[in-house]
Write a protein that binds this ligand. Structure first.
Ligand SMILES: *[C@@H]1O[C@H](CO)[C@@H](O)[C@H](O)[C@H]1NC(C)=O
Length: 326
């Protein structure tokens, strides 16, 4: 994720306030607000800001007035205009990416994934009635104009945006902030193929996943039982609907969730004959230990999916092993 692009839209009445902008070593930007004239000396012993009695616009909103539909309606024409202006295929709106972006926005600067753009502003009382989604998106675009930045990448075929209200002190010191995130993804790969790769290992060689659904169930059931019993947890029952959900999400960019475990490998021809499903299980559990260790889970469904070149691993097909719990 890029450093946060911060926009301050302060009312004229805030002229008694100074806003100091700091860039932390982590590259994120923090704004410190304090009265212009202080009667006390700052101690300067910690990085904590001084208490602020008169910061502009304290907690005045309870939510950002921007529904998913309104965000889509505001962003799509602007995104299309920017993409066409750059001679790029437009990025199609994707509701799933939008939900993901909203979740990222709600982390209020503490998280971050690649291939996204962000923009933030002080949350003012005026936002309750006139929050300008288009201006927020343009601000996010303005921070990412380089050829390799997400809005400029031809292979970013999809976009979804979301917004969150961040409480005072999370994103900007002392005051609430609106945090806006757009997640781009190249995961469909439909509008432009990745550049040719002369020496990539094992190009598209499989046409079906290396194991059938029944074989996955037969292999994983005992492995899951052993893992649960080893952790003194009740076993989880196999659930075909969860397996279908795992399969549906397997090749997606945003397959991570609190109830998912997964791993992937390059899909080579050799896998068709002798698939190391136990190794995949061990990898997946090792990568994301929480869902298998969660005592509240009672069901599991897993799938082995073949994902097209460029979706999970650049240039080559991948096999994704993934499980959903509930
Ligand atoms: C356990 O799983 C439930 C349901 O998926 C989830 O709500 C809860 O946060 C999980 N607990 C932990 C400690 O991960």
């Amino acid at each position: 994720m890029k450093p946060l692009a911060l926009t301050l839209l302060l009312a004229a009445s805030s002229s008694a306030i100074t806003i100091a902008q700091h860039t932390t070593s982590a590259g994120s930007t923090r704004l410190t607000c304090r009265p212009k004239t202080t009667s006390h000396k700052p101690t300067g012993t910690t990085s904590a800001p001084q208490p602020c009695g008169t910061c502009p616009q304290p907690d005045v909103l309870t939510e950002v007035p921007a529904t998913p539909g309104a965000i889509k309606a505001a962003v799509v024409p602007l995104s299309d205009e920017q993409r066409r202006g750059a001679g790029l295929p437009v990025a199609a709106w994707d509701d799933e990416l939008a939900r993901y972006a909203k979740g990222q926005a709600g982390l209020c600067g503490r998280g971050g994934v690649d291939n996204s753009i962000t923009s933030s502003k002080v949350a003012t009382a005026a936002d309750a009635t006139s929050y300008d989604i288009g201006a927020q998106f343009k601000d996010a675009l303005a921070g990412d104009t380089g050829a390799a930045d997400p809005p400029q990448r031809a292979d970013n075929a999809r976009i979804g945006c979301g917004v969150a209200l961040c409480s005072a002190g999370t994103l900007i010191d002392h005051v609430q902030a609106v945090h806006f995130v757009c997640q781009y993804s190249e995961w469909t790969g439909t509008t432009s193929a990745p550049p040719p790769c002369g020496t990539c290992p094992q190009p598209d060689v499989l046409t079906t996943p290396p194991l059938t659904e029944e074989q996955v169930k037969a292999a994983v059931g005992p492995l899951s039982d052993a893992q649960r019993q080893g952790a003194s947890l009740p076993v989880v029952a196999w659930d075909d609907a969860l397996a279908a959900k795992a399969r549906e999400r397997a090749c997606r960019f945003d397959r991570d969730s609190p109830t998912t475990i997964w791993t992937s490998r390059v899909a080579t021809a050799a896998l068709a004959n002798d698939y190391p499903i136990a190794g995949d299980w061990a990898d997946a559990v090792q990568r994301t230990a929480a869902p298998p260790a969660n005592a509240t889970h009672s069901k599991i469904g897993c799938a082995l999916s073949l994902c097209r070149a460029g979706t999970v691993i650049d240039h080559v097909q991948a096999v994704v092993f993934s499980c959903e719990y509930s």
